[in-house]
Design a binder for this molecule. Structure first.
Ligand code: AHR
Ligand code: AHR
Length: 495
């Protein structure tokens, strides 16, 4: 059995977990929109064609923002194709995912949907094939209340009241050569700056997110980010960063994903500090981690363009679920600089929820850590330090076999801890200034077969269970026994 000591002091906090840390992402990609959130004729579809079985599940997460409409998709998307009477909307070949886009769902439908599920939109604009004028017009359409052309169009097609969208992404992954309209950093700065200034002219209250690196492995990381932040310092509020973790690496590297994510964010912490000093701290800048997940299954790309191809339908395993828990820990442990975090994505596409067109929904393994993160971990993140214990080598450096995240949520202290080792572990949490406490629950997810997954036939293969007798509390020392290869959530009530 491996042994660890972890120290945490109530007075030493990472920061507040902003509400926007509990956000996600829906792209016009695969079956995320068509078949995922929207399927007229489905037995649970509402009067607007939105699936209520999916919406019911999502409402439980109380998501702050859902990023829309992409992703790679946005870089070839003309939002005006998606407004007005549906019968007049064009059906187009969509180049990013080689799919047919019918434009049945556009801005107005998506805004309706976000209302139904109790969330808000984070809107991305097309800085690939789109002009800065197109981007500006979308702000007028969504947010203007004057007698302008696009505000009047919205009144005609969408709603009387402005949508009041606060968060705007200036393009998507513009550092990537796969991106439609990919640009070198200095050219991106010029285009994004022009877009932001025009958009802000329409609505001075909006906040901007600039494209940062799309992964640790980009040759341009972190130079791209420095150039972009330097050039756009006066114009933006957040830098968007992305990272997916792939099983195709070694098992150890995969388990060390939490460390990779931690170091990735730490590089940006350094970059933000540097840029703020350079610009004499005129304003704070933060990170918007608007795509993160485990991902390796592209699925079969159809030979020809089809509507809603079943691609990127990740069905995460127990091993993926362990790694995913570590990613959430990395977000918790870095919430001083990460202020927005969007799980990529929400339905059918690298998602915690899968649907059948002629059936119901399936909750994948990662649903459970994500559900508990969204429902139990709204509060202040507490800094925690592993005081020592076994480590393994990874390409990101030495990693502990455990990863942990601690949040003080009201009168609850919530500890998420993952054990990656193939043997059990005992973790002693040495807590300071929390006072007396008692256990509320200890949830465990584990499976003999790390490749096990939930399926429509066996949806409960990966599901948390309440553990018995694995926690002991002595004053402010909490000992927990972690089963081998397990995800754990310990909730303690402070007295
Ligand atoms: O464990 C979380 C539960 O799992 C949620 O209440 C429900 O959405 C799902 O069945
Ligand atoms: O989420 C899937 C894709 O991953 C997005 O479209 C893109 O931004 C990223 O490369």
């Amino acid at each position: 059995m491996k042994k660890y000591k972890v120290f945490a002091d109530k007075n030493v906090q990472v920061g507040k977990m902003e509400e926007t840390m509990f956000s996600s992402f829906i792209e016009h990609l695969g079956r995320a929109v068509y078949g995922g959130i929207y399927l007229p004729g489905h037995p649970t579809a509402d009067e607007d064609g939105f699936r209520n079985d999916v919406a019911d599940e999502l409402r439980k997460l109380n998501l702050s923002l859902v990023r829309y409409p992409g992703g790679n998709f946005v870089s070839g998307y003309f939002w005006e194709d998606g407004i007005g009477p549906k019968e007049n909307r064009p059906t187009k070949k969509e180049e990013a995912w080689k799919s047919i886009e019918t434009n049945e769902v556009g801005v107005d439908e998506f805004m309706k949907w976000t209302k139904k599920v109790g969330t808000k939109t984070m809107m991305a604009v097309n800085l690939g094939t789109g002009t800065t004028e197109n981007a500006r017009n979308l702000v007028e359409y969504c947010n203007a209340s004057d007698d302008s052309k696009y505000a009047n169009l919205r009144r005609k097609y969408g709603g009387k009241e402005p949508y009041g969208i606060t968060y705007w992404g200036l393009g998507n992954e513009m550092d990537g050569d796969w991106q439609i309209g990919h640009l070198p950093a200095d050219k991106y700065v010029i285009k994004a700056r022009e877009a932001a200034r025009k958009m802000r002219e329409v609505d001075p209250s909006i906040k901007f997110i600039a494209c940062g690196s799309s992964s640790i492995d980009m040759a341009t990381f972190p130079e791209w980010d420095l150039t972009v932040l330097d050039g756009l310092y006066d114009d933006v509020d957040y830098l968007s960063i992305h990272q997916y973790f792939f099983q195709s690496t070694t098992e150890d590297d995969f388990y060390a994903s939490y460390l990779a994510m931690d170091k990735y964010i730490d590089t940006f912490r350094g970059a933000l500090t540097y840029l703020q000093t350079k610009h004499r701290h005129k304003k704070p800048l933060y990170l918007c981690f608007d795509e993160y997940n485990v991902w390796y299954n592209i699925g079969e790309m159809p030979d020809d363009y089809v509507k809603a191809p079943p691609i990127l339908q990740e069905n995460q395993s127990m091993k993926d679920t362990l790694v995913f828990g570590g990613l959430l820990n990395a977000l918790i442990n870095n919430c001083d600089v990460v202020k927005i975090a969007c799980l990529a994505q929400l339905v059918n596409v690298i998602a915690p929820i899968m649907t059948k067109d002629d059936g119901g929904i399936l909750l994948n393994g990662i649903w459970y850590p994500y559900f508990n993160y969204c429902t139990c971990m709204r509060g202040n993140a507490i800094k925690s330090i592993v005081l020592g214990g076994d480590q393994f080598d990874s390409r990101f450096g030495k990693a502990y076999y455990i990863s942990q995240g601690i949040v003080l949520a009201g009168d609850e202290l919530v500890i998420q801890v993952v054990n990656y080792a193939k043997e059990s572990a005992e973790v002693e949490f040495i807590l300071k200034d929390f006072g007396e406490m008692e256990k509320i629950s200890h949830l465990v997810m584990e499976h003999e077969n790390l490749d096990a997954r939930n399926t429509f036939d066996h949806p409960d293969t990966l599901i948390p269970k309440e553990a018995k007798d694995q926690v002991s509390i002595d004053g402010e020392t909490v000992k927990i026994r972690l089963n081998k290869s397990s995800w754990n959530l310990l909730r303690l009530r402070l007295k």
